[in-house]
Design a protein around this ligand. Structure first.
Ligand SMILES: Nc1ncnc2c1ncn2[C@@H]1O[C@H](COP(=O)(O)OP(=O)(O)OP(=O)(O)O)[C@@H](O)[C@H]1O
Length: 312
């Protein structure tokens, strides 16, 4: 709808309904930046527990971090989460769930912005240009909506240094050039550190300990140091780590055979098909598992489950 027709439609509808204000209705039909809207923590909890398989640490930390942040009226800095793990373990999936819980239109919202390194910052010789663009893009969007959310996918493919351009925005400043960044959320997604997470998960497995016994403290420090020293992490020697501007390093554990089966069932359910356990087993058995001897973890996580299901 054009703006004028939209205004007439909204005006007519609010006159008819009587009790909805023009603004309420406008926000329902178009989209408004949420002001002081606390997070529905129980809805997020339920979704993470029902939909995200095998990631007890990510579930717990994301829930705590977001509820704490959104319920705090005086946050001193934006929330920054760095999600790490092997391919297909749920990092993008979780970001989508978080986005939907903060802005009903999720990834399609005007207030949720996704950057993909290989798409948006492909050329090493243009680093300075990307840094300028990134700064002005973030500044413009946060001035339009304080609770904007920015997701940086493929951090491990980002040229070193690019991300440091936004360091001032992630810091404890009250305002920068009249804009406050304290209500914004930044999420970084990366495969970097996946090897360290797998090593720890394997150690637990070999010691006969449960996967759920792995705690954040077993991994968070290893991850931040590992990523800081890894040239291919997008955060190599980054001031974001140096200055403790990343609030949580969140490990995504490699997925096991049983989790892959859960993904197949979830996909069947989403397609409205009855759950056929023979097909579930066949799809899961077609996936490849590592390490070579034990074959515990799916090397693509749940990533190719959807396309494989099409063959059955
Ligand atoms: N832990 C999980 N629980 C439930 N579904 C999952 C999980 N991990 C992956 N999936 C399913 O697999 C799909 C692909 O996963 P996703 O894109 O989140 O992986 P990723 O960790 O972001 O991988 P990459 O590092 O390659 O980008 C998701 O859309 C989801 O359907």
């Amino acid at each position: 709808l054009e703006p004028i027709s939209m205004a007439i439609a909204v005006g007519a509808a609010s006159a008819l309904t009587g009790y909805l204000s023009y603004t309420d209705l406008y926000c329902r039909l178009v989209e408004c930046c949420p002001k002081e809207q606390p997070l529905n923590a129980s809805a997020l909890k339920l979704q993470l527990e029902e939909k995200l398989f095998g990631q007890h640490l990510a579930t717990e930390v994301i829930l705590k971090a977001l509820t704490g942040f959104r319920n705090n009226k005086n946050s001193k800095k934006p929330l920054t989460l760095s999600l790490h793990g092997w391919a297909g373990t749920g990092k993008n999936f979780v970001s989508q769930i978080v986005a939907e819980n903060l802005h009903p239109k999720g990834l399609k919202s005007n207030f949720v912005h996704l950057f993909v390194s290989t798409l948006h910052f492909p050329h090493e010789q243009h680093i300075k240009l990307y840094q300028d663009q990134l700064r002005s893009w973030i500044q413009g969007n946060v001035s339009a909506c304080a609770s904007s959310m920015f997701i940086f996918d493929e951090m491990d493919k980002l040229h070193p240094g690019i991300i440091d351009a936004i360091k001032p925005f992630l810091d404890y400043y009250e305002q920068i050039d009249g804009v406050s960044y304290r209500k914004a959320i930044f999420i970084f997604l990366s495969n970097a550190g996946g090897d360290l997470i797998t090593k720890t998960a394997l150690e637990f497995w070999r010691a006969g300990r449960k996967r759920e016994d792995i705690q954040l403290k077993d991994l968070e420090h290893i991850l931040s140091v590992g990523v800081f020293n890894n040239k291919h992490s997008g955060l190599w020697h980054s001031g974001l780590i140096d200055k403790n501007l990343i609030d949580y390093f969140i490990p995504f554990l490699p997925l096991e055979y049983t989790h892959v089966k859960m993904c197949v069932r979830a996909e069947m359910k989403a397609r409205g098909s009855a759950i056929d356990e023979d097909i579930v087993t066949r799809v899961a058995e077609e996936m490849t598992f590592f390490p070579k001897d034990e074959k515990i973890y799916s090397d693509k996580g749940c990533k190719t489950v959807q396309s494989r299901l099409d063959f059955h």
